[in-house]
Design a protein around this ligand. Structure first.
Ligand SMILES: [Zn+2]
Length: 271
């Protein structure tokens, strides 16, 4: 039983501001310890539930957040960037389940620190369905037949996960009280919730379903300014729909995911 963990940081209990999530800034060292401890709880729960192998992909910012000496030594840690697959790098059909820990809800939502990849993105749709990082990554996992079995973060993300992957276990570690405020469970309580949910997720594997992307997926990204859309539209195959919106369609979801990353990377140079 192989478990893949995509570990983000913003949805960790006690993490409430960009100053905590940007390396080198105030309280970042605290945030990465809190993140590592929640990841460890998910790893421990996975093994308690019957996992034999766990790989953690550090999925936040420059992807060098998890201090290796603080991570449960039973797990392998994939870190550093850029990685071709970004938040889902290394995920293959060899894995049985995927966990998304420390996640946040989509850009434009009231989730604490909500965004979708970066702050150039206002909204993302795949074939008319609004998605954030959870949805984009869940579709990717679905192409490998891997179900999302556990998600952790705040109450806003809980609703997003319920609509998208209702079979997944959810560990709510905080309640959003604003873009830069949240009511967190204590660190130990958050970890206990994660451990319990992770164990249950692995035990309930037969109930977990891969989220298949729609056939012929069409991606639409609405950027925050026209310069970003203009630059993103340079991506081969992209089509500019209006001042802020760029679309990309392909039969293969992995190409859509690549186009998403390409367009967002291009756009991020335009403030
Ligand atoms: Zn992040």
């Amino acid at each position: 039983m192989q478990v893949y963990i995509s570990a983000d940081m913003e949805g960790t209990a006690g993490v409430t501001g960009w100053g905590m999530t940007n390396p080198g800034e105030h309280d970042y060292e605290l945030a990465r310890r809190l993140m590592a401890a929640e990841v460890n709880a998910a790893i421990d729960g996975a093994f308690l539930g019957g996992a034999t192998n766990v790989v953690v992909n550090d999925s936040h910012d420059g992807m060098r957040n998890l201090p290796l000496d603080l991570v449960d030594p039973r797990a392998l840690v994939l870190s550093g960037a850029p990685k071709a697959g970004s938040m889902v790098e290394g995920l293959t059909e060899d894995f049985d389940l995927m966990f998304c820990t420390g996640y946040h809800a989509m850009a434009g939502s009231p989730s604490t620190l909500a965004h979708t990849y970066n702050l150039t993105v206002q909204a993302v749709e795949v074939s008319g369905r609004k998605v954030g990082e959870l949805g984009l990554n869940a579709f990717w996992a679905g192409t490998f037949g891997v179900p999302i079995a556990l998600v952790s973060g705040d109450d806003v993300l809980a609703a997003e996960a319920e609509a998208l992957v209702p079979w997944a276990r959810y560990a709510q570690v905080k309640e959003a009280r604003g873009r830069y405020a949240s009511l967190s469970r204590g660190a130990e309580a958050a970890r206990a919730a994660l451990r319990q949910a992770a164990e249950a997720a692995v035990r309930q594997r037969p109930a977990m379903k891969p989220l298949q992307p729609p056939a012929g997926p069409e991606l639409r990204i609405r950027f925050t300014n026209p310069g970003q859309a203009q630059t993103a539209a340079v991506c081969p195959g992209a089509q500019r729909l209006d001042a802020l919106t760029v679309a990309f369609r392909h039969d293969d979801y992995s190409e859509v995911y690549r186009a998403f990353r390409t367009m967002v990377t291009l756009a991020s140079g335009q403030n």
